[in-house]
Design a protein around this ligand. Structure first.
Ligand code: GDP
Ligand code: ZN
Length: 307
């Protein structure tokens, strides 16, 4: 039988078959890890074949992955952990107030999605909690910045039921990895558009702030109007894996599209003369927040402390 892995705990897997039934599966014998530096052989989103009897199954094949997204393993930075596979999009839920999501957090996930060629969207929830003009201005600027990069971005409010239909449309008939810090309203938004799922408010990624990732696992939920969402705890571990700091600019579309106009081939867009990126920044064509993320990630990769 063939099914989709909706939860992977490391010792057993929940596999959903087309009828909607969930079969608990294990790996038979030694399932070789193709990449030795990978901690989990099977991830949420994997399509697998299994032999089953009496409601249990043994997985014997993983179908080739269309894509996947990885982070470094919780305890061993040099090891990779697949968060999810076969994803259509990465949907980042953020908020400007209570709590404030940093643009660095958003840009880090965008970079990872870009690295793996996965489209992404940035949703700013809790719009009703924005009371200051300054915060509304920031919201508008961030939405503008992301839209300019061809990233879908808009605001929502669960309390005022603002733009939740737009979110529903975004998620419909797609498999979306939902990313975002605890408390931004991920469960509330999902409940608003899919009350059938009846998630506990605070249920999605409730462990993200605790830093204990070993007991938390991503899970896929089926949307009643078509599509799936994958909740991904441990999103803080999202690393800048496999990126050469000298090539970081390739993963910022606004830098990539300008870098061949830089005077020097090996321009890092930091303080070089004749840098087209710095000129665009000066002219206000590149958002300062994005450039700050670029510099931050560059320093991080260069110092290689984390990875
Ligand atoms: P999660 O941790 O991202 O899943 O966030 P929750 O859905 O658990 O929401 C955290 C808190 O924010 C709860 O108390 C929600 O009722 C509240 N909340 C969620 N969305 C909104 C919103 O749009 N406006 C306001 N005012 N509160 C919200
Ligand atoms: Zn440059």
């Amino acid at each position: 039988m063939t099914g989709t892995v909706i939860q992977s705990t490391g010792s057993f897997y929940e596999v959903r078959i087309p009828s909607g039934e969930i079969i608990i599966c294990r790996i038979k014998g030694k399932f070789r890890l193709e990449d030795k530096k990978q901690t989990n052989p099977i991830a949420v989103g994997d399509v697998v074949d299994f032999e089953g009897v009496g409601g249990e199954g043994n997985i014997n094949k993983i179908h080739p992955r269309r894509n996947y997204i990885i982070r470094s393993a919780p305890n061993k930075k040099e090891y990779k952990h697949i968060i999810a596979s076969n994803i259509d999009q990465c949907v980042i839920i953020a908020s400007i107030a209570q709590p404030r999501t940093s643009h660095g957090f958003i840009d880090r996930i965008l970079l990872t999605a870009f690295l793996y060629d996965i489209p992404s969207a940035v949703i700013f929830n809790k719009h009703d909690l924005i009371l200051k003009e300054r915060e509304e201005q920031l919201l508008k600027e961030l939405i503008f910045t992301y839209n300019e990069l061809n990233i879908i971005s808009f605001y929502t409010s669960v309390t005022k039921n603002e733009n939740t239909d737009q979110l529903k449309q975004l998620l419909q008939n797609k498999t979306s990895l939902i990313c975002g810090h605890s408390g931004v309203g991920k469960s509330s938004l999902v409940n608003c558009i899919a009350p059938e799922l009846d998630l506990k408010v605070g249920e999605i990624s409730k462990y993200t702030e605790k830093g204990l990732h070993t007991t938390t696992f991503a899970r896929m939920y089926t949307l009643p109007f078509g599509g799936n969402i994958i909740d991904s705890p441990g999103i803080k571990e999202f690393g800048l894996l496999d990126v050469d700091p000298n090539e970081l600019g390739h993963y910022f579309p606004e830098i990539r599209s300008r870098m061949n106009k830089c005077k020097f081939n090996d321009c890092l867009h930091i303080n070089e003369k004749g840098c087209a990126v710095l000129e665009a920044l000066e002219a206000g064509e590149i958002a300062a927040t994005r450039y700050i993320s670029y510099l931050t990630f560059y320093e991080e990769l260069k110092s290689n402390k984390k990875y």
